[in-house]
Design a binder for this molecule. Structure first.
Ligand code: NAD
Length: 441
């Protein structure tokens, strides 16, 4: 099937390359010429495991093309996906200007019956507005559908190519039939395509992200209580995660959640509630709890050194909002770096993939290094924010030799407190502080 994808970000590029992998003929459009040029040269503009190979393989077989021209991409396409960004506006609502601009460009370029699909995360009612915008531009027949994306960065290919479910919101049977045909290759083992009305599909995406974020904020708050009462959040996590009604995933206490989705989607959902006079107090609290919690790690570092960090050198490991991505949008590491710098610290940081993105933000204000152990030389403390695999089993002896003071802040509870203490470190985790205070050997 001939497919066009508008936007070649994390979602658009994975969608385009993933559908091409299933044999479809895909053209991806982006208004960012440099990005399109890079993709045409076979370079992948984002860090996502397996994506460069998938893009190159399918581009090589002429099933995946890149262009800056929407009419060129849409010509002959049976399905057009809108996968552009929907960032937050200052009032918390989703900025839909990119979606609507894409809809106008699609409307102007339609040549015959086409299914127009919103894959971006968009507030309830957006597909209806897209339909109106397209209708103002064209006399050609078309149908709209909502097909929210549930991939997670860092494991996006797996999620897209083997989805737990495909949600299709549509009130036009032609749209449903076309999308069922498009996704057939992914649904051979079981039919995981769920059809619902447009608004339910749009809201399902927000509900999913709000639920996942709620679990994290819940555990982060409980971690603070665990510290205060002398309990261990890791034991509690295992204790509740084994209950099949709860399940083990998304229960890790840590440095707080970030990324381009959870914070903005929570705020957009609260905003939608407000517009409809429905108070979403739980969702609102999750966002606020996370904003507060994102500062807790930095506060702990500052408190350890007596309230100021002048002349302190603090090493930070992990800057991306999660492992296996270069995405730093709303990353807790950025909050931490701001706090440390405001308290007077010199920050030296390492990340396996996100250094370039961080450099565009902080320029020379933060020393960025290419090797994890270069960051700790002469450091007064090491803070782990993002639990990349390569950072999970540090060489403690090497750290001890390199650091000025043996102080570890494990923002993801991935290091062994006992091993760290045996090696002579002061160890701080999340939700485990009571043990740290009483059992330092
Ligand atoms: P992104 O910012 O990485 O990419 C968006 C791309 O769209 C950019 O390259 C931009 O240049 C391009 N663009 C903007 N307007 C355009 C236009 N008119 N024509 C062509 N290209 C245009 O965004 P993303 O992270 O891929 O997210 C896209 C959407 O998917 C958002 O609504 C997001 O909430 C949702 N989503 C994201 C994820 C994720 O993990 N990143 C997961 C699920 C859903």
């Amino acid at each position: 099937m001939k497919v066009a994808v508008i936007g070649t970000g994390y979602v658009g590029l994975v969608t385009g390359a993933g559908l091409a992998e299933y044999g479809h003929e895909v053209t991806c459009v982006d208004i960012d010429r440099a990005r399109v040029d890079a993709l045409r040269r076979g370079e992948c503009p984002i860090h996502e495991p397996g994506l460069p190979e998938l893009v190159r393989r399918n581009a090589g077989r002429a099933r995946l093309r890149f262009t800056t021209s929407t009419p060129d991409a849409i010509s002959g396409a049976a399905v057009v996906f809108i996968a552009v960004g929907t960032p937050s506006l200052p009032n918390g609502s989703a900025n839909l200007e990119y979606v609507f601009e894409a809809a106008r460009a699609i409307g102007r370029a339609l040549e015959g019956f086409t299914v127009i699909v919103t894959k971006s995360t968009v507030p309830v009612g957006t597909a209806d507005r897209v339909r109106d915008i397209v209708a103002m531009q064209t006399k050609q027949p078309f149908a709209v559908a909502s097909n929210p994306e549930f991939l997670k960065e860092g494991d996006a290919l797996n999620d897209f190519l083997k989805p737990s479910r495909i949600i299709v919101g549509a009130d036009d049977q032609r749209a449903v039939a076309t999308l069922r045909e498009l996704y057939r290759g992914m649904l051979r083992i079981s039919d995981r395509l769920m059809v619902m009305d447009l608004r339910s599909a749009e809201l399902t995406k927000y509900a999913a992200n709000a639920m996942l974020a709620t679990r994290i904020s819940f555990m982060n708050e409980l971690a603070r209580l665990a510290e205060s009462v002398g309990a261990d959040i890791e034991s509690i996590r295992k204790g509740i995660g084994s209950d099949p009604r709860i399940g083990p995933k998304f229960l890790f206490a840590g440095a707080g959640f970030g990324g381009s989705c959870f914070p903005k989607d929570l705020r957009a959902l609260v905003h939608t509630g407000r517009e409809h006079d429905v108070q979403l107090t739980v969702v609102d609290a999750v966002d606020r709890a996370n904003e507060r919690h994102k500062r807790a790690l930095g506060q702990r570092v500052i408190a350890h050194f007596g309230g100021r960090l002048d002349d302190r050198r603090i090493a930070v490991w992990g800057l991306a909002f999660k492992p296996e991505t270069d995405d730093i949008r709303e990353s807790p590491a950025l909050t931490l770096i701001d706090q440390l710098r405001s308290a007077g610290a010199k920050v030296v940081a390492y990340d396996p993939a996100a250094i370039a993105n961080v450099r565009t933000l902080f320029h020379e204000a933060v020393e960025l290094v290419d090797n994890a152990y270069d960051a700790v030389t002469g450091a007064d403390a090491l803070v782990l924010v993002t639990e990349w695999h390569e950072l999970r089993e540090p060489d403690l002896a090497r750290l001890k030799n390199a650091m000025r003071q043996p102080v570890l802040f494990d923002g993801r509870n991935v290091w062994s407190p006992d091993e760290a203490r045996r090696a002579g470190f002061v160890y701080y985790g999340i939700g485990r502080a009571a043990r740290d205070a009483t059992r330092v050997r």
